[in-house]
Design a protein around this ligand. Structure first.
Ligand SMILES: *[C@@H]1O[C@H](CO)[C@@H](O)[C@H](O)[C@H]1NC(C)=O
Ligand SMILES: *[C@@H]1O[C@H](CO)[C@@H](O)[C@H](O)[C@H]1NC(C)=O
Ligand SMILES: *[C@@H]1O[C@H](CO)[C@@H](O)[C@H](O)[C@H]1NC(C)=O
Ligand SMILES: *[C@@H]1O[C@H](CO)[C@@H](O)[C@H](O)[C@H]1NC(C)=O
Ligand SMILES: *[C@@H]1O[C@H](CO)[C@@H](O)[C@H](O)[C@H]1NC(C)=O
Ligand SMILES: *[C@@H]1O[C@H](CO)[C@@H](O)[C@H](O)[C@H]1NC(C)=O
Length: 298
C-alpha cells in the first residue's frame, strides 16, 4: 500500500488487519509497529533521530474517536535490537494558544509531520478551532516539538484574540403602534440569549421610548445572561401616541452610554434599535445617527 525508501530503511505498510496497522520498518529485522487502524495510525510517518537514538514518528490523527478526534503522534524506537512498543506523545494537552477559548476536540493532530533541519519536528492539526462568543473559527494549529519530544510552542497564525466585550444599548419602541408587545419581548429574549453577558464580556442596557424616553436597564445592572433574560420578560410597554425614534437614539447616546450607567472606557459601543419603522421625528434621524457615529457608536 505505502512504500517509503529512506536512508534508514524501507517502510512498508503491510496491510490493514482488522484492528491494527503494521509497519515493517527494516526488512531484515522485520520490525513492526502496531496501532489502532480506526485511529488512522500510520496516516503520516517520519524518520527521526535525536541523542537517544533513532525513531519513527507515526501520526494518528483520529486518536480519541469517535467522539473526539484530537489525534496524536507516537514515537517508535528503531534499531534497538528488539521491537518495542510505540509511545503516544500526548501532544494535544500541550498544544495550546493562550487567551482564546480553544476547541481541540476534533483538531486531528498528526495529520502532517515535518522534521526540522536543526532538530525537532512540527506536528499539525488542520481542524483546530477556537470560539468567539457563539462563533467557531477553524484555523488549524501546529505543535513545535523539540528533539526531546517536548512541545516548545504552538503555531496558529490565524488565531486572533477575540474582542467579546461590547457595551450594547437596545432602544425599544414602546409606542402604542407596537402590537402585540409580546412580539418585542420574544425578539428581545432571542437576542439576549445569544449575548455572553459577564464582567469581562458584554453588558446590555435598555432604553424605551414612545412620546418620551426612559431608561429600563443600566448597562451595569446585570452581570449574567440568565438574570437579564428573567428581567426582560417583565418589561412593560411604555405606550405613547407618538413614536420619537430620534429622541430615543439621542437619549441612548447621551445618557445610556455614560460611565454613570456602566459604560466602560475603551469597550466597543453598539446600539440596537427595535421599531416598526414610522417615526414622528424622522427629520432628525440623520443628525442623531451622525452624532452616534462621531462618538464611535455602531
Ligand atoms: C494573555 O492575557 C494575559 C492577561 O490578560 C496577558 O497578561 C498576556 O500577555 C496574554 N498573553 C498573550 C500571549 O497575549
Ligand atoms: C467532533 O466530531 C464528532 C464526530 O464527527 C462530532 O460528533 C462532534 O460534534 C465534533 N465536535 C466538535 C466540537 O466539533
Ligand atoms: C520551533 O522551535 C525552534 C526551537 O526553539 C525554533 O527555532 C523554531 O523557529 C520554532 N518553529 C516555529 C515554526 O515556531
Ligand atoms: C476578568 O478580568 C480580570 C481583570 O482583567 C481578571 O483578573 C479575571 O481573571 C477575568 N475573569 C475571567 C473570568 O476571565
Ligand atoms: C453579579 O451581580 C450580583 C448582584 O448584583 C453580585 O452579587 C455579584 O457579585 C456579581 N458577580 C460578579 C462576578 O461580578
Ligand atoms: C442607573 O444609573 C443611574 C445613574 O447612575 C442611577 O441613578 C440609577 O439608580 C441606576 N439604576 C439602577 C437600577 O441601578
Amino acid at each position: 500500500m505505502l512504500h517509503r525508501r529512506g536512508t534508514l530503511s524501507i517502510f512498508i505498510l503491510q496491510g490493514v488487519i482488522h484492528f491494527a496497522t503494521l509497519f515493517n520498518v527494516d526488512e531484515k529485522n522485520g520490525m513492526q509497529f502496531t496501532g489502532p487502524v480506526e485511529d488512522m495510525f500510520g496516516y503520516s510517518v517520519q524518520q527521526f533521530e535525536n541523542e537517544e537514538g533513532k525513531w519513527v514518528l507515526i501520526g494518528s490523527p483520529l486518536v480519541g474517536q469517535p467522539a473526539k478526534r484530537t489525534g496524536d503522534v507516537y514515537k517508535c524506537p528503531v534499531g534497538q535490537g528488539k521491537p518495542s512498543d510505540c509511545i503516544k506523545l500526548e501532544l494535544p494537552e500541550f498544544t495550546t494558544i493562550p487567551n482564546v477559548t480553544e476547541v481541540k476536540e476534533n483538531m486531528t493532530l498528526g495529520t502532517t509531520l515535518v522534521t526540522n533541519p536543526n532538530g525537532g519536528f512540527l506536528a499539525c492539526g488542520p481542524l483546530y478551532a477556537y470560539r468567539c462568543g457563539s462563533l467557531h473559527y477553524t484555523t488549524g494549529i501546529c505543535s513545535n516539538v523539540s528533539s526531546s519530544f517536548k512541545v516548545i510552542n504552538s503555531v496558529a497564525p490565524a488565531v486572533k484574540e477575540c474582542k467579546t466585550q461590547l457595551d450594547i444599548v437596545i432602544v425599544l419602541d414602546g409606542s402604542n403602534s407596537i402590537y402585540p408587545w409580546t412580539s418585542v419581548i420574544d425578539f428581545l429574549k432571542k437576542l439576549l440569549a445569544n449575548i455572553d453577558i459577564g464582567p469581562n464580556q458584554s453588558q446590555v442596557g435598555i432604553v424605551q421610548y414612545g412620546s418620551d424616553v426612559g431608561h429600563v436597564f443600566n448597562l451595569s445592572q446585570f452581570n449574567n445572561t440568565h438574570d437579564i433574560l428573567q428581567a426582560a420578560q417583565q418589561i412593560k410597554q411604555r405606550g405613547g401616541d407618538r413614536t420619537m425614534t430620534a429622541l430615543g437614539i439621542d437619549t441612548a447616546r447621551k445618557e445610556a452610554f455614560t460611565p454613570e450607567r456602566g459604560a466602560r472606557p475603551g469597550v466597543r459601543k453598539v446600539m440596537v434599535i427595535v421599531t416598526d419603522g414610522e417615526s414622528h421625528d424622522s427629520y432628525n434621524l440623520d443628525n442623531v445617527i451622525e452624532d452616534c457615529e462621531n462618538e464611535g457608536i455602531q
